[in-house]
Design a protein around this ligand. Sequence first.
Ligand code: ATP
Length: 497
Amino acid sequence: MAKEKNNQNTENQLFAKIIAHAKEYGFVFPSSEIYDGLQGVYDYGQNGVELKNNLKQLWWKAMTQCHENIVGIDAAIFMHPTTWKASGHVDSFSDPMIDNKDSKKRYRADNLIEERIEQYKQNQQLDKAYALEAKLNQCLNNNDLDGLKQIIIEENIVCAISGTANWTDVRQFNLMFSTEAGAVAEEASTIYLRPETAQGIFVNFLNVQKTSRQRIPFGIAQIGKAFRNEIVARQFIFRMREFEQMEMQFFVRPTTELEWYEKWKTLRLKFHQAIGLKPEKLRYKVHEKLAHYANAAVDIEYEFPFGFKEIEGIHSRTNFDLSRHQEFAKKKMEYYDEETKERYIPYVVETSVGADRLFLAILCNAYTEDTGIDAEGKEKNRVYLDLHPLLAPIQVAVFPLLRKEGLPEKARQVFELLRYDFRTIYEERGTIGKNYTRQDLIGTPFCLCIDHQTLQDDTLTIRYRNTTEQIRVPIAELKATLYKEINLAQFLQQLNQ
Ligand code: ATP
């Protein structure tokens, strides 16, 4: 038990270090921090926005460029309010919440029970864990809020702050943010900030199908903001109230959906590995409790410092969404299949990943404390971000060894040579060692140093971030050398193999 606690402490410390690192090096800031921040909302800084844009670009290209039958859209955040009636969000997009009367702290009732299940599992009390899991699922499936409270009482679950079991009843809490559209109060109608991007794809299904002349099977991809009034927004950018999703809905012929589901399951895991997430930190978690519209669902989980958690969901959603829109909008959502000469509402396989959550996984995965003894017997004490070169905010940093003797001029020439091919910066302030350290901290994979030898023979050194190894290359071969390491085409090609 003591060992477990220690592990947890070091994991918490590691996560705290990553959050501090993200702030200190311009990746993520708390929103409106001068007013002490806003819970569950974050801003991306100068390095964060680059990393996030690169990530979104890789996802976008992995969808649209790697697949001839996937096209993108960019739908609005506001949608006709009936959309959310049809999708089921108005009636059932809610989480069960419970308050502790002493600390006034609010929890998700299901999460409190899940934590207890996890504890049983860690203590190898598997019978207890499975029995409790079954009970929890039964309550959730039957919307049995009293049952949830009963479990919390029976299990003697206490509030982490007050230490008491003085709980309110469990209530459902709808996660959608609403606002009013229209200038005149009486005529204004309630509209919602979309809680997922998927519905923007469903309502445009026929527009896209007809104008793109795609035939089933085909997909529609979208990246955009989504908003959820999460009961407990925590763990940094893991659970936010305003976040971004990267979703793709793949429309298929009924009865073929499970085949496609398996295919997308494999492809999406491959993507996460290709962007550098360590394979041993990725796993599938098949859903035992399926949403009413799904006939198969799996999460891809990443092992964060606080445990394995979902980063992406892959869901076989049947024809639920399109059928509901057909019913509520009274517009046909059918597709005529030339091959089978049948008319049907397509089935859908969805892949849905949070850009921010994946960003956090990437950051945790990249954060490396390089300690131990180096080749020269000196103690190493270095932190670097092991980012994939296509994701790194800066790919190449160019430094003159000294700020004199013609070195800055030569270094600037090298910078000009590279800046339109790679995300490159030039820096002449500070010592070379400090400059390397700074680039390590933001994950720049390649640093170039221009020294006196460069002036004589037109060679320079490339220093590699992870190994700190330095090699000398002719400037004439520089672009080719870098392109071997920073190659979008190669990245995309391997996804399709
Ligand atoms: P969770 O169980 O963690 O609340 P979910 O199952 O509700 O997630 P989905 O509705 O399937 O999530 O959304 C798809 C993806 O969107 C998730 O895998 C996650 O990456 C991301 N996501 C969902 N909610 C949030 C949030 N509040 N903050 C950041 N990312 C989120």
